[in-house]
Ligand binder design. Structure first.
Ligand code: ADP
Ligand code: 5SP
Length: 499
């Protein structure tokens, strides 16, 4: 029997999956690492923590594996997107990585839009400048830490850095490169024009590869610590949302993904880069060669729920926290939550907006706040579904993956709010499974990712919208949409009081 490993370098933890030729997950290991938040809007991680956690997770996986290590034929990666890992000429990390949910770069986004021009920016990158992307972070370091920037010779994204440490070979795949805002998304090459206009040396950009490309073998010291074979083939991997899409079978037109991890994403397959959403949704290269996807992003989706738990129910498992949400009616007895804990991307590109609970009543208990948080996250994702529908896309079936697909009442809520059928797969580990599929296809087990998806991905549960609840949520969604314009000016005035 052959096996492959999918490594998902998430924001909260790294997860390694061991998958057999039928797509069955036969082993799993997770290691968490901390987030460093020195100021409001800042979000960093130490790349060394990712490397350590990945090595420990891989070692645990091989220790618990009954077979021979030679049977593990390949491994690949899925990674949190956009995070800037800055390296010197000796490939040493120069500072903590600045992550996708760090919103300190509003001034740099304005600079990009001014220097390049909105139309040209969309023409080259298919996206507008947003705080989370990598390019504004590079410019921020150049502006605020010139001594660090002067030493920089290359930048990588999180999973590329981990892969570099495992193999000694540095490159970036197209699906992740698209999220830097330096890629010419149609031509699949770094944009010399973007670099020139923003005063960046193109040599900072690493070599580009496809997600399925083989990028070397594990270094001897890595095989020694992880227990993996020197013959295990390593494939580049992709952005976590591209991998989440692969792992949910979003490989043809008309398929939609809802992925709730720390962030939340509504994603739709695009067969080419010809559509024009005017930058309202992200438009990136897919992990499947030659294809693309569009997506809307809620910055604090699962993060809202973990924030609620850590703040008001410390130490409680999510299963326990969510146990009573089914007993609270749709609408949480008049309590409404907006999930803007660290600003927002879709549909409001706004780094200064913050979250709110509206309608707090003396009768509300923790279960009401919990349900309101789930509803607020889901309403926020529904804004992206609405954008897709307004642009002519049909969204009738949504595959749900990630932490948000682990709870049945939340899955039913997604069906009722999205007014669409929601499908949960046998494994809800979308990005990790997508990474494993890239390795499986790379090893030649299948001719295409689509063929691999047909074998690996099995539906588990189907949730259909309940017409009565759909009506209730339509009314509540209208009220939810009024909260952003009403609270945006208040959030701006409060900004100077934040840490
Ligand atoms: N049993 C559960 N029920 C509902 N939500 C959950 C559950 N477990 C985790 N979550 C949510 O999923 C989030 C983590 O999702 P995951 O996909 O594992 O994270 P990452 O962003 O690190 O890739 C948590 O922050 C939490 O909000
Ligand atoms: O910034 C984005 C997408 O543009 C995020 O989706 C990150 O890629 C982080 O993902 P998770 O840790 O939530 O999976």
């Amino acid at each position: 029997m052959g096996y492959v490993i999918g490594i998902d370098l998430g924001t909260s933890a790294v997860k390694a999956l061991l998958v057999d030729r039928t797509g069955e997950v036969v082993g799993e290991a997770t290691r968490a690492y901390p987030l460093i938040q020195e100021k409001s809007g800042y979000s960093e991680q130490n790349p060394e923590d990712w490397v350590r956690a990945t090595i420990v997770a891989l070692s645990e996986l091989t220790e618990n594996f009954g077979g021979s290590r030679e049977e593990i034929e390949g491994l690949s990666f899925s990674g949190q997107m956009h995070g800037l890992v800055l390296l010197d000429g000796e490939m040493r990390v120069l500072r903590n990585a600045i992550l996708w949910n760090d919103t300190r770069t509003t001034a740099q986004c304005t600079e990009i839009e001014e220097r390049v021009g909105r139309e040209r920016l969309l023409g080259i990158t298919k996206n507008i400048a947003m705080e989370g992307f990598t390019l504004p972070k590079l410019l921020w370091v150049k502006d605020h830490e010139p001594a660090v920037f002067e030493q920089a010779r290359m930048f990588l994204l999180p999973k590329d850095y981990v892969r570099y440490r495992l193999t000694g070979s540095a490159e970036m795949d197209l699906s992740d490169a698209a999220g830097t805002l330096l890629l010419d998304v149609r031509k699949n090459e770094w944009s010399g024009e973007m670099c020139r206009l923003l005063g960046l040396d193109e040599s900072l950009c690493p070599p580009l590869v496809e997600s399925q490309d083989e990028t070397g073998r594990l270094l001897p010291e890595m095989t020694a610590i992880t227990g993996l074979s020197p013959n295990t083939r390593v494939f580049a991997g992709g952005a976590d949302n591209a991998c989440g899409a692969i792992g949910a079978g979003i490989l043809e037109e008309g398929k939609t993904l809802c992925s709730i991890g720390t962030s939340g994403v509504i994603l739709s397959y695009e067969e080419d880069a010809r559509k024009d959403f005017g930058g309202k949704v992200h438009y990136f290269n897919h992990g499947a060669p030659g294809s693309y996807y569009t997506m809307g992003v809620t910055l604090s989706a699962g993060h809202s729920l973990s924030w609620l738990r850590d703040t008001f129910a410390e130490g409680v498992y999510f299963e326990e926290l969510l146990r009573d949400v089914g007993s609270v009616p749709a609408g949480s007895d008049g309590l409404l939550y907006t999930p803007y804990l660290s600003g927002e991307r879709t549909p409001h590109v706004d780094a200064s907006i913050r979250g709110s609970f509206i309608g707090i009543d003396a009768s509300h208990r923790l279960r009401h706040f919990t349900r309101a948080v789930l509803e607020g996250i889901t309403f926020s994702l529904n804004e992206s579904i609405r954008l897709f529908r307004e642009n002519g896309k049909t969204v009738d079936t949504v595959v749900s993956v990630g932490g948000g697909a682990r709870n049945a009442p939340w899955l039913q809520m997604q069906a009722d709010v999205f007014d669409a059928t929601v499908v949960r797969l046998k494994s809800e580990q979308g990005p990790g499974m997508g990474a494993a599929m890239l390795a499986a296809a790379g090893c030649g087990w299948f001719d295409s990712l689509k063929e691999c998806a047909d074998v690996f991905l099995k539906p588990d549960m189907v949730y259909r919208p309940d017409p009565e609840t759909v009506g209730i949520y339509e009314e509540l969604f209208d009220i939810y949409r009024d909260v952003y314009p009403a609270t945006a000016p208040i959030s701006r005035r409060l900004a100077k009081f934040r840490k």
